[in-house]
Design a protein around this ligand. Structure first.
Ligand code: SF4
Length: 62
């Protein structure tokens, strides 16, 4: 599963809290994926982050 984040991110930090192995965020910028492909054991939390993102910025593609 591929992961990306679009420009609508408002830097709320939720995805980093929910799934820190997949997402990171600089103090003064938007969140970004640490990986291009989500590891198998991180798929559930990546999905949870995508579902919880207030701007629906997290894109997951099979
Ligand atoms: S949850 Fe969404 S809006 Fe919040 S930091 Fe992550 S990508 Fe950005």
């Amino acid at each position: 599963m591929k992961v990306s984040i679009n420009d609508d991110c408002i830097s709320c930090g939720l995805c980093v809290e929910l799934c820190p192995e997949v997402f990171d965020m600089p103090d003064d910028g938007k969140a970004f994926p640490i990986v291009d492909v989500v590891p198998e054991d991180q798929i559930d939390c990546a999905r949870e982050a995508a579902d919880s993102c207030p701007t629906e910025s997290i894109i997951l593609e099979d």
